[in-house]
Design a protein around this ligand. Structure first.
Ligand code: 13P
Ligand code: SF4
Length: 309
């Protein structure tokens, strides 16, 4: 659906007035993606937030992504359309048990997926995203024991890919990807026998076992666009369809419904709307405000991740 002209125009005007950049994750509604300066996965958006030179970042994604942008831009304003746009992975990993783990296991390297709270990031040694998780774990000396948090499916995938034995994994899960049933993927393959399967590593092992390609949202986009195949079953949030169709208009993409909502949408991502985006640019609220000391501590593992090429 195209953005209604009035709200889209208001957003573009406000963007100019505020000297703002609009960053949008692939899981946002199409009408938001159409107005964005940058559309990307969590790693690309973190890099863009770092390179930004304006005054306001309007972050259309979920809260932990906006917090990451703020840590990289402590003197700039970061606003979000809806403060309620959280993430089940963040909720699955409170900071107290991580501090306790740190006290009891000072020898462990804590590798935190970027889908964590700012407080958990501040307790971590290095961060990763779904795009660079294997590379980040491989960058840690093999003899060092690792705690990987908070996604159990991504953790198991990384453990398998790196062949790392001394790696504990936190039992958190994404309510969208972890509930994609392998049974429905199998049915979809019967329906579309020529289709290749691309899956996000937050999916269950049974789904990943059927995938022709496993990667982050942007990696899936690049792989589907470059492939000679014409049809794909895409095991991630369906907001990515917007960029897939834009980059590969002649190809066909199928999505599989998960057990939670019988759809493939992230309920947190979908809280953001054009109206809320306009309002946040106008009011400059909800705004990300974080304690300076927590930001300073969270910046260390974030910079370590960004330094890994
Ligand atoms: P990406 O790293 O692929 O952007 O994933 C973020 C996310 O929240 C996946 O559900
Ligand atoms: Fe979090 Fe899953 Fe939504 Fe991504 S799709 S923001 S991991 S709940």
């Amino acid at each position: 659906m195209l953005a209604t002209a009035t709200i889209a125009d208001e957003i573009l005007d406000l963007k100019k007035q505020r000297r703002a950049i609009l960053l949008a994750h692939h899981y946002q509604e199409s009408e938001i993606q159409e107005l964005a300066d940058v559309i990307g996965d969590s790693l690309e958006l973190a890099r863009k937030a770092r390179d930004f030179s304006g005054e306001v970042i309007a972050f259309c994604g979920v809260w932990f992504m906006a917090e990451t942008a703020k840590v990289l831009n402590p003197h700039r304003m970061v606003v979000v359309p809806d403060r309620g746009a959280g993430c089940s992975l963040v909720d699955s990993c409170p900071v107290e048990p991580i501090r306790e783990f740190r006290r009891r296991n000072p020898d462990h390297v804590i590798v935190s997926y970027i889908n964590t709270s700012i407080e958990v990031k501040a307790e971590s040694d290095i961060l990763c995203t779904s795009r660079n998780a294997v590379k980040i774990v491989n960058s840690i000396p093999r003899e060092k024991p690792v705690l990987f948090l908070p996604d159990i499916n991504l953790g198991n995938y990384v453990k398998k890919e790196t062949g790392r034995e001394n790696m504990q994994i936190w039992p958190g899960a994404c309510i969208v990807h972890a509930t994609f049933p392998a049974r429905r993927l199998a049915e979809s393959r019967l329906e579309h026998p020529a289709a290749l399967v691309a899956a996000h590593p937050e999916c269950p092992e049974t789904v990943l076992a059927m995938a022709d390609f496993i990667g982050s949202t942007s990696a899936i986009l690049e792989w589907c666009s470059a492939s000679d195949a014409e049809e794909f079953i895409v095991m991630t949030e369906s907001g990515i369809r917007h960029s897939l169709v834009r980059q590969a208009p002649r190809k066909r993409f199928y999505f599989v419904a998960n057990e939670n909502c019988n759809c493939s949408e992230c309920p947190y991502m979908k809280l953001n709307t054009l109206e809320k985006l306009r309002d946040c640019l106008f009011r400059l609220e909800p705004r990300v405000e974080l304690a300076a000391e927590t930001m300073r501590r969270a910046l260390v593992p974030l910079e370590r991740m960004l330094a890994v090429k």
